[in-house]
Design a protein around this ligand. Structure first.
Ligand SMILES: C[S@@+](CC[C@H](N)C(=O)[O-])C[C@H]1O[C@@H](n2cnc3c(N)ncnc32)[C@H](O)[C@@H]1O
Length: 385
């Protein structure tokens, strides 16, 4: 049983909920324009769609949920590309929430379809509807028991171009970990422990998580990192060349509430996600301290200072990398890949080229293209001056 009932979930817009919605709505625009340039039909599949709107009972304010965000994008996409179509397919299990969602999707007509019931029972219909067209899959359950790896694989391992967002909340695993014996078996003295452990095994598609859960040398943070790794390897698998996970927090200095996992076939999706993470993190720093307008200015100054510091560090890292190569030069794409690990989610994708151009203008680096300020091609050689 999830800690939050589906019917209660949409009665409050929690401080961290804007994060997934902002990332989704900003991602949908470039994603649809890119994949839609070569396909007549593209799809957003929202497998755990919810009510469509969050009605905050304390403030009375309404916030659009994922299906409405996607349906609105489908409508503007039609204006941009009248000969093409973006379609939103939603699935919602809870009868009352599905009813509300159905009402809210009515104005979008044939742009949105709603399947009522559990997502597993609609997988065949959804797969048939989307065929091999590009699709963005949203998997946002409450808890993890609803998403067994075997069921999810039917869509996750499809052939067509696929971008994925999955919300992972590990609370259930932490609780269940506490119900295991030191060897990893469920404690027969704890009612429901075997069923809980079996649910988690089904979620990962294996039992390797048990060793992580019972290892006393690991803290919660390290365990979550390992669970993310298992999800990447065991559930998303090599089908997705680009995978990342962002810890969503209510404040910039708070622990992770849940993880927003992103996977894509194409580097563009990955860089888009990188830029969204940088943006959300910077906004979180400002929002977390926004008590007065003067503090807001102060926090913005801190963000600007942190940005400048990262740029300086990136510049130094580029010079160091080039220095380490025997030929003192690298292709731009290789240089950027080497820097991904330490800088992912910290600097926007455009910053790599921007600092390189600065280095060229300062006479510390050379580039193949004689025009110092021209766009840097992925395959272009960058060398030490
Ligand atoms: C976290 S909410 C979705 C929120 C939504 N993605 C948004 O951002 O607006 C999860 C929803 O999944 C629904 N749900 C739970 N189990 C399901 C299942 N097996 N199939 C389809 N929907 C399910 C719940 O009723 C709930 O409305």
């Amino acid at each position: 049983m999830p800690a939050t009932l589906p019917s209660d979930f949409f009665k409050q817009y929690r401080p961290w909920q804007w994060i997934k919605h902002m990332i989704l709505s900003e991602y949908l625009v470039p994603w649809s324009m890119k994949v839609g340039s070569t396909s007549s039909s593209i799809f957003v599949v929202d497998l755990f769609a919810g009510a469509g709107v969050y009605e905050d009972s304390t403030t009375g304010k309404e916030f659009p949920g994922s299906p409405l965000i996607a349906a609105r994008r489908a409508r503007s996409y039609l204006v941009n590309r009248p000969s093409k179509k973006m379609h939103v397919i939603c699935v919602e299990k809870d009868k009352q929430l599905a009813e509300k969602l159905g009402q809210r999707l009515k104005p979008f007509g044939s742009l949105a379809t709603l399947h009522r019931g559990g997502f597993a029972e609609h997988l065949d219909a959804v797969s048939e509807a989307i065929g091999n067209s590009p699709a963005l899959l949203l998997i946002d359950p409450i808890g993890l028991t609803a998403i067994p790896a075997k069921e999810c694989a039917k869509l996750l391992q499809r052939v067509g171009k696929t971008d994925v967002f999955v919300i992972l909340d590990f609370q259930y695993i932490h609780r269940t970990g506490g119900q295991l014996l030191s060897g990893g078996a469920a404690d027969p003295g704890v009612s429901g422990s075997a069923a809980n452990a079996a649910n988690i095994g089904a979620f990962f598609g294996g039992d390797g998580w048990r060793q992580v859960a019972v290892d006393p040398s690991l803290d919660k943070e390290v365990r979550e990192d390992k669970y993310i790794g298992m999800y990447f390897a065991g559930v998303l698998g090599s089908r997705y060349r680009y995978q990342c996970a962002y810890p969503v927090k209510r404040r910039h200095d708070a622990p992770a509430r849940y993880w927003l996992v992103h996977a894509s076939d194409h580097p563009d999706g990955f860089w888009l996600m990188n830029d969204e993470i940088v943006k959300v993190d910077e906004r979180l720093v400002v929002l977390s301290n926004q008590k007065s307008s003067s503090l807001h200015d102060f926090e913005q100054l801190m963000v600007d200072a942190a940005r400048a510091d990262l740029r300086a560090k990136l510049k130094a890292a580029i010079l160091e990398l080039l220095e380490q190569t025997t030929v003192k030069r690298m292709r731009f794409s290789a240089l950027r890949s080497e820097l991904l690990d330490p800088y992912f989610g910290k600097v926007r994708s455009g910053v790599y080229a921007a600092v390189l151009k600065e280095l060229v203008n300062e006479g510390r680096v050379t580039r193949e293209n004689p025009r110092a300020n021209a766009a840097i091609a992925d395959q272009e050689w960058i060398g030490l001056a």
